[in-house]
Write a protein that binds this ligand. Structure first.
Ligand SMILES: CCCCCCCC/C=C\CCCCCCCC(=O)N[C@@H](CC(N)=O)C(=O)O
Ligand SMILES: [Zn+2]
Ligand SMILES: [Zn+2]
Length: 515
């Protein structure tokens, strides 16, 4: 009997081991043998390209950005902007970029009072134009907590500190700087392009970018691609990846901002009701925080980001990322641990404003709060609103939608996508240390969504190497950019404009480096 039991146990164990071995074999086979062949290799590395800055150029480049940071172009709320500063910014760029403003083939227009549209006419009208987008307005900054005042543009330890250094005067000034340098070298552009500099991106871009887009649409413009802020060269964001990787946004999340309010009879605090307006609203907000929106990992482009970066991961993570069909439940659990990666896999919930109460001994007549949701690419605003109502489940809480839009459509990402190949080419030229370029999601919002009728190829990317600590500075304290990082950004744009001048993408060839 005991022998038979031992035999059965052994057979069971062998069966189990066999299953485990078979599973392992399948994993290895898929990982190393059945791996999809890499796409055609398009670009080869090029020796040093001529972006050489004299000491004077360097000083000029830095001072142009510092001067722009000092202009307090703050967007406080949709109807409160520092319009004096917005106008001053317009005068400033005219003064700092004389070649751009005097070139015969560049048309400059002011749109919506403070935004700027530049039409740079290339010599070959057959080539479809592209667009570079940026914004000049910034979010407010507290005076406390900064190592240098937020509009001082002080330089410390190789960094320029100030609101707008990463979001997004670095792009607005950087694009014009790159063009100024090219014009001074008498570079003759072949492909036309547009530069848009919005003045109200931080309050949804209705008066700036949207008007620029409407005007271009009315002129019948179609774009081969559009590049805006929204992602970057990420260093240290992803556990298991050592080298910096360029993640280019191919979509951005949608947004839904709701105002919640509760009204109740005021009265004497000595005989309070069971619940006050503050208590009721606090309960609703707590339910929203305690019940995050569903994890959507695998339903949007986040999975493509990991697949593209799979070979960058150290063992055994590389194996896991190559086999997401098997490991995605584990991966999605890991991603939700950090706020920046959690934002990739679900609609996020952020309670951003709360106002209530009059005096210590008055029952508060009303309580109000604002909750800002960023919608995952696989969901729609309507669906999110339904979840909010079910989660709050209290008719005393009034829900008013303030601003809402669905996620952007997904832009093309393949060997034929002109913009993507130009970004690869330019990254290879300017950031040789970047070994991978992957499609990703912009977790915030940008002005680019207003241009959806002009092109299906909208990309979100800032050519800056950023670490998790830098990300916290955007809209936070001590926003800063390194002087070296800004020079590289200008170099990237300088090169990008020239690289975009090719007529068509080269045929794939075998012996070149592939990003
Ligand atoms: C796979 C790796 C994980 C990725 C983590 C995310 C890292 C993101 C890195 C850089 C992103 C920088 C994004 C800056 C864009 C900010 C744009 C902005 O502030 N827009 C406003 C506009 C508005 N009011 O709607 C916003 O609030 O979104
Ligand atoms: Zn921005
Ligand atoms: Zn911003």
């Amino acid at each position: 009997m005991a022998g038979r039991l031992r035999g059965a146990a052994l057979a069971g164990c062998l069966g189990l081991c066999g299953t485990a071995l078979a599973l392992l074999a399948v994993v290895l086979l898929r990982a190393y043998v059945l791996r999809p062949a890499p796409g055609p290799r398009v670009w080869g590395r090029r020796p040093e390209l001529g972006f050489e800055l004299s000491a004077r150029d360097r000083r000029e480049l830095k001072e142009a950005l510092r001067g722009a940071i000092k202009i307090q172009t703050v967007s406080f709320s949709p109807d409160d902007q520092n319009t004096t500063a917005l106008a001053e910014f317009g005068n400033y760029i005219k003064k700092v970029f004389p070649a751009v403003f005097s070139a015969k083939f560049i048309q400059h227009e002011i749109i919506g009072e403070y935004s700027h549209l530049f039409t740079v006419q290339g010599s070959d009208p057959q080539l479809t134009p592209y667009m570079l987008l940026a914004h000049m307005d910034v979010v407010p900054a507290s005076q406390e907590g900064w190592v240098a005042p937020p509009f001082s543009a002080e330089e410390r330890g190789g960094f320029i500190y100030g609101r707008g250094t990463m979001d997004n005067k670095n792009s607005a000034i950087g694009i014009l700087q790159a063009l100024e340098f090219l014009l001074r070298k008498d570079y003759r552009l072949r492909r036309s392009f547009y530069i848009g500099i919005g003045h109200d991106e931080e309050i949804y871009g209705h008066k700036g970018a949207r008007k620029i887009a409407d005007l271009l649409e009315a002129r019948g413009v179609k774009l081969s691609f559009l590049l805006d802020e929204g992602s970057a060269i990420l260093d240290g964001f992803i556990k298991g990846i050592k080298a910096p990787v360029a993640v280019i946004g191919i979509t951005e999340k949608g947004a839904l901002t709701v105002k919640l309010s509760v009204e109740k009879e005021p009265g004497h605090s000595s005989a309070p009701p069971k619940e006050t307006s503050i208590g009721i609203l606090a309960g609703a907000l707590s339910r929203l925080e305690q019940n995050p929106m569903p994890n959507m990992f695998g339903h949007g482009p986040e999975i493509r980001t990991l697949e593209h970066l799979a070979s960058e991961f150290t063992f055994p993570l590389n194996l896991i990322m190559t086999n997401l069909w098997l490991f995605s439940p584990i991966v999605s659990r890991i991603l939700q641990q950090m706020p920046s990666t959690n934002a990739l896999i679900r609609t996020t919930t952020a309670i951003t404003m709360f106002n209530a109460g009059i005096k210590t001994n008055i029952i508060p007549p009303s309580a109000k709060a604002t909750v800002n949701f960023r919608i995952h690419p696989s969901q729609k605003a309507e669906e999110v609103l339904e979840i909010i109502k079910t989660t709050i489940a209290d008719d005393r809480v009034k829900i008013d939608v303030q601003e809402t839009f669905d996620p952007n459509p997904i832009s093309p990402w393949d060997n034929q996508a002109f913009g993507v190949q130009i970004f690869r080419r330019t990254l290879l030229d300017v950031f040789p240390e970047v070994s991978s370029v992957a499609p990703g999601i912009c977790i915030a919002n940008t002005d680019s969504r207003h241009f959806a009728k002009l092109t299906d190829a909208i990309y979100l990317f800032n050519p800056l190497i950023i670490k998790p600590d830098d990300f916290l500075r955007i809209h936070g304290l001590n926003e800063r950019i390194s002087v070296e990082g800004y020079e590289k950004q200008v170099e990237f744009l300088y090169q990008l404009i020239q690289n975009s001048d090719i007529k068509k993408l080269p045929e794939p060839h075998a012996n070149s480096h592939e990003l």
